[in-house]
Design a protein around this ligand. Sequence first.
Ligand code: ZN
Length: 439
Amino acid sequence: MRKTIACMLALAATGLLRMAAAQELSPVEQGIVANIHAHSPQALELLRQSVLINSGTNNLEGVRAVGQLFREQFDALGFQTRWIEMPPEMKRAGHLLATREGPSATGKRLLLLGHIDTVFEPGSAAPLWEPQGNGPDARVRGQGVSDMKGGDVIVIEALRALKQAGVLDGTTIAVMLTGDEEEAGQPRSVSRGDMQAIARRSDVALSFEGSIIDKDGLATATVGRRATAGFELKVAGRQGHSMGVFGVNGNGAIYEAARILDAFRQQVVEPGLTFNPGLIVGGTEVGLDAGETHGTAFGKTNVIANSVVVKSDLRYLDYAQRDRAQARMREIVSHSLPGASASISFEDSYPPMAVTPGNLKLLDAYSRASQDAGLGPIGAVPAEARGAGDIQFIAPLIDSLDGLGAAGKGAHSPNEDLEVGSIERGAVRAALLMYRLTR
Ligand SMILES: [Zn+2]
């Protein structure tokens, strides 16, 4: 009963917010919103055109073709555009960069991020474009509709509305649409070097990866994403007759590896931190292939194993958490069982997008813009709920917010779809946020 009343109060409050909100848009902002509404059919058509071109990360021609399609849009908006090539040996298509610079902008300098590649390579079973339903419930199934060509279209639509309202003048905005987000080219210092250089000249990064609607139906954005990293554990034991195990011949490498991994599980776990040993080989002869995803092992039950190799990922919220975990792991590894020894090495991949006060302030501004437009408040996605993304390469440098893109389901699966109305909502929210940030 009490819960029902609380719910009703919450609903009433939301309703009031929405009514009050509509009046909080200035005349310029109301014009921006009206413009986005009026242009919705063209936005969907642009999305359709971009999705009809397969742009799996390894389909370099397709990625470039989508880049060209979007490039024409930025050219029409008066941006300087250029295609950033990657060295041929990296086997990546490159990135689209569109920039405009104001004389001495008083507002924030923005870096907007998207990607034009998808996980669907040519020949994928996923349909390219399959509209489902009409009206407010309309959805589209297709390759990359919500991850994240829908987000790219939101960027273009928001900027177009700002341009038509005459408020792009004086702003400094860079848009980078990467061609290899789903499988970033190596080395990352090259594939993400330009992005980091632009971030150093910007104040705020907004990334348009898919927007997540939480279980209560609340729209969300992302203020933190966990780093991805890994470790390799190598254990050595004394080979000998099994009858001497626990005694003269020591415990062997396999018991030592088990001790270490179980101690990690029992002593290192904390909220936001995970590690997952995904591959283990042990015996008297072990090996991993070059890709370190296949292993071979030889051993006999009457022989004490002398070697084990474990490969694991490691995901953390911020560097303090990483350092804490690594120190604790090294400590555990060092307390070897008799007759065994072990070493652990760590490798970082994507840096963390830590939840900072600056990111939370951006979320607050985004949520206010959404409420002022009558589109409800925006919550925060827990950092653990998302995989790795491009924004992490620059989040350590500037205030960042992600998840401003389109809403859909089944990303990376043949069922990936998009809620068509989320393009318009995303464009309205993004345009208002950008307008306010650049004043
Ligand atoms: Zn994505």
